[in-house]
Design a protein around this ligand. Structure first.
Ligand code: SAH
Length: 240
């Protein structure tokens, strides 16, 4: 029987997860009902259908990836500041990108632009191994401590220019680029294995398009997805 979650909406997926959660009432999550509402109204009702993505979005505590002053807004339908002039992405666009990556539990994934570590945590639940690159050391530190605290142990984060990828751990089945670039860095395409998928915002700051790139037969197939707005991918030396 479900007890103690009077505001949880009737979403079958969330109810399944809640049923499992009720067995461990010693660690109540004050944001559980908000997260259930986010999954239902921002994701399911807007067409996200991948059950593994929906399950991960319900499981990952987004409020743990923002500073205390923004925790109350953590499940709202927009990006939030995370310091260093960067943002944690809107939940919906993260779900869209993950759904297009069609992730398998055995996949090795690369993320460019760790930021808060939120999408890293989602990738961690959906893949076998996650490699993530962030150019701001203080964001990488914040993400590492949140991921460690929450027990996401299949993640490796490094501070570097992510446009160079993570050559020492390539090739990857999936690459998630969380910052916008007018042209896809060649190193990322090289590090995608045959059959691998890459999702990235492509374009300049005012006008960007999400692209799904598949590596097939030694070449690449590009599919244009929806419009989006991300912070820019800054190539070159990382800040000290
Ligand atoms: N998925 C993250 C998105 C953060 S915003 C989240 O939801 O929190 C994009 C991130 O990309 C920022 O943290 C920014 O510092 C980082 N970034 C921009 N250019 C980069 C580069 N060349 N290499 C690595 N990270 C980069």
């Amino acid at each position: 029987m479900l007890v103690g979650f009077p505001h949880v909406p009737p979403c079958s997926l969330c109810l399944r997860f809640l049923t499992a959660t009720v067995a461990a009432p010693l660690h109540p999550d004050a944001f559980l009902a908000q997260r259930a509402t986010m999954v239902r109204t921002q994701l399911e009702e807007r067409g996200i259908r991948d059950q593994r993505v929906l399950g991960a979005m319900f499981a990952v505590p987004r409020h743990e990836f923002v500073s205390e002053e923004f925790q109350a807004e953590a499940y709202e339908d927009h990006p939030l500041p995370i310091g260093s002039d960067q943002t944690i992405s809107q939940p919906y666009i993260v779900a869209v990108m993950l759904q297009h990556l069609a992730l398998q539990p055995t996949d090795r994934a690369l993320e460019v632009g760790t930021g808060s570590g939120y999408a890293t945590a989602l990738l961690s639940r959906l893949c076998a191994e996650v490699y993530s690159v962030e150019r701001h050391p203080e964001l990488a530190d914040f993400a590492k401590s949140a991921l460690d605290r929450l027990g996401y142990s299949n993640v490796t984060i490094k501070v570097a220019d992510g446009s160079q990828g993570f050559p020492e751990s390539a090739p990857f089945d999936a690459i998630l680029v969380s910052a916008a670039t007018p042209a896809m860095p060649p190193a990322l395409l090289v590090q995608l294995r045959e059959g691998g998928r890459l999702v990235a915002p492509v374009g300049f700051s005012a006008s960007q398009q999400l692209q799904l790139i598949r590596r097939v037969g030694g070449g690449v197939e590009v599919r244009e997805l929806e419009g989006c707005r991300f912070v820019p991918l800054i190539e070159g030396a990382v800040p000290l």
